[in-house]
Design a binder for this molecule. Structure first.
Ligand code: 1OR
Length: 283
């Protein structure tokens, strides 16, 4: 179980900032690697500098074990390049590529490593030690996971996911709000984001043959939209308008593809229902 104490961040007065000297080229590469990772998104300038200073470059050869299940947590890792497998009790549960990160759990909860991580090609990793991780990243990460835990567990398409898979989604979510009548998505635009409704509702319109706007759907809390254009690489199939104040969380296209892999089948299957709905609307 998770004790409240283990989630206390390391306090600033007992924290000596780690500074590992780096070349400009290394600093630039860290910038790119963490720019691809959501956990680092809301850092201020000083925190960003602290992270860059504290990181250690680790080059590992294909086949090397980076983390061993049951071991003690020392570092949190971000992948600059290469690929790694994550195994629990010898069974592969997920994999990581550039921009991915792992090894936060043991540092957050003072727990043994929950999984083994093995390089499946030569990798360049950036490692952040436990003190720096707890000081700079833990609070934000834990807050976000706590904040979305309940909501995501009640979203029908995510019901089949492991709690940890929902945590990774929580890391990547960004809140957005729309006032009554605001257009969230415009028919025929290029799709960039996927949306989940946290509060309020949205109305869906399609342009009819005579050019008029026809209402085709209305969705509310726990429903999602914006997946079609991302699934099929097609223009937006409908216009979406906030009906009253609308609170959503969104995932960008990259995160959508990476994190929703396990529910792609369900999304595809559900999208076939649209044809039936549309047929009805056009009658
Ligand atoms: P860690 O510090 O425990 C191993 O070191 C890391 O593997 C762990 O942090 C996570 O970053 C990562 N359950 C637990 N840890 C996982 C999981 C996972 N996947 C990756 N890690 N599950 C797999 C979900 C697809 C849940 C299995 C029940």
């Amino acid at each position: 179980s998770v004790s409240a104490e283990s989630l206390q961040p390391t306090t600033s007065h007992d924290f000596v900032k780690t500074v590992i000297p780096k070349s400009d080229e290394q600093r630039e590469r860290i910038g790119v690697a963490i720019g691809n990772n959501f956990l680092f998104k809301n850092l201020d300038e000083e925190q960003h500098l602290d992270v860059v200073n504290a990181m250690v470059e680790k080059r590992v050869a294909s086949g090397a074990k980076v983390i061993e299940q049951g071991g003690v947590g020392d570092y949190f890792y971000i992948v600059e390049s290469g690929t790694l497998d994550c195994l629990i009790n010898g069974k592969k549960v997920t994999e990581y590529t550039a921009g991915g990160s792992f090894g936060e759990l043991a540092l957050m909860y003072n727990a043994p490593r929950a999984a083994t991580i093995v390089a499946t090609s030569d990798c360049v990793l950036w490692a952040l030690d436990r003190v720096a991780f707890r000081m700079i990243l833990m609070e934000n990460t834990a807050r976000k996971r706590r904040m979305y835990d309940h909501f995501l567990s009640e979203v029908p398409i995510f019901k089949s996911l492991e709690p940890y898979e929902r945590h990774k989604i929580a890391d990547a979510l960004e809140p957005v709000q729309f006032d009554d009548g605001v257009v969230v998505i415009k028919e025929n635009d290029v799709g960039e984001n996927f949306y989940l409704i946290e509060q309020g509702s949205a109305i869906f319109y399609k342009t009819a043959a005579d050019g008029s706007q026809q209402q085709v759907n209305r969705l509310s809390k726990g429903d999602y939209f914006g997946e079609l254009a991302l699934l099929n690489d097609k223009p937006r199939a409908a216009t979406v308008v906030a009906d009253g104040k609308l609170k959503c969380v969104t995932l960008g296209k990259k995160a959508f593809t990476r994190l929703l892999g396990p529910v792609m089948d369900i999304l595809q299957r559900n999208s076939e229902n649209y044809h039936a709905v549309l047929k009805q609307a056009n009658q």
